[in-house]
Design a protein around this ligand. Structure first.
Ligand SMILES: [Zn+2]
Length: 329
């Protein structure tokens, strides 16, 4: 197989703080020998564990990029033992455009793993992480939120894994992140995910959904900053106490958690994020557009719990995820 064309401008094995780029050659109309420049910071102080911290896997989610820009500016080698690799905007072309997927190739980075060294720009980014950066890491934290079309109660999560010792290590790291909600997640579509690439390499993995709407709030950013600090302490890279607050444990045991829209139209929410739900509760109505005097479609909860996520824009299409109901453990 071809070699990955990305070259880092920073060293990974030298002590100190190194700000630079992952440079990915990208020949195009406005720059024949141009490159995609993905910002990266490597901070190292001797031997010890390595944390790989990423935001902007989807380009319209902002808690990770904001928390990681802060961390790259303020964390010093003296603060740590081991190594911290910070990539605030993982799918940089998508981040630059403010879109979920890359404007170059429409690549959804979180569906592009393990990637290809000779593929599209997005596939090359995935392949570089899969073959170079993930293998360096002991613990990986990937920030997400809902982007422009979803909104979530703020949670950190681990996945159900076949290797129960690895799952327990992931859950411990997620509990250290200490978001207001902590979820054990069932993925509805895990092929090609960064999560799966990290987990199949036996690493400890923490992911989040901290809000949504294509923006961030003061509250969601505070959760992200505290979470990354706690995860670095948990990993033994930072010294210091974890800051812990009560968290609500959530479970997503099966596909009945997800409510998909079968009609298009205008959403009338009936419950808001975080509200308690019993099975059969009306979650939302979807009004047909274009005429009056017609009844809305009704969408009901298929299990009890809380409203964990919802479709955010006021209009919805058939097939869109309307709501997610998670069980409170
Ligand atoms: Zn995302």
């Amino acid at each position: 197989m071809a070699e990955n064309p990305i070259s880092p401008t920073v060293p990974f094995d030298r002590d100190g703080t190194h700000h630079g780029f992952l440079r990915l050659p990208y020949s195009r109309d406005d720059s024949a020998w141009g490159s995609v420049m993905i910002p990266i910071t490597v901070i190292r102080n001797g031997d010890g564990p390595t944390a790989l911290l990423t935001g902007g896997n989807h380009g319209d989610e902002y808690e990770g990029p904001v928390a990681l820009q802060n961390l790259a500016l303020t964390l010093t080698p003296e603060d740590i033992r081991g190594r911290v690799i910070i990539v605030p905007a993982f799918n940089y072309p998508a981040f630059e455009a403010g879109t979920r997927t890359s404007p170059i190739d429409k690549g959804n980075l979180n569906r592009s793993f393990p990637g290809r060294p000779d593929g599209t720009v997005t596939q090359k980014i995935a392949h570089y992480f899969d073959s170079v950066l993930i293998p360096m890491a002991d613990i990986v934290l990937d920030f997400h939120s809902g982007g422009k079309t979803l909104d979530f109660v703020p949670f950190a999560s681990a996945h159900v894994l076949e290797n129960k010792a690895q799952q327990a290590a992931c859950v411990a790291a997620v509990e250290a992140f200490n978001a207001p909600y902590t979820a054990i997640m069932l993925e509805i579509d895990n092929a090609g995910m960064y999560d799966t690439a990290v987990e199949t390499k036996g690493k400890v993995f923490v992911t989040t959904e901290l809000g949504g709407g294509g923006t961030a709030t003061a509250r969601s950013i505070a959760i992200a900053k505290k979470g990354v600090h706690n995860v670095l302490c948990h990993a033994g890279i930072l010294q210091g106490e974890l800051e812990r607050h009560p968290t609500v444990m959530l479970d997503m045991p099966d596909e009945r958690c997800f409510v998909f829209c079968e009609t298009g139209g205008m959403i009338e929410p009936v419950v808001d994020l975080g509200e308690d739900i019993i099975e059969g509760d009306l979650l939302a109505k979807v009004w047909p557009m274009g005429s009056t005097g017609r009844k809305p479609s009704e969408y009901r909860a298929k299990r009890p719990g809380i409203l964990m996520a919802r479709h955010l824009p006021g209009l919805i299409k058939p097939g869109d995820c309307l709501a997610v109901v998670a069980t409170v453990v």
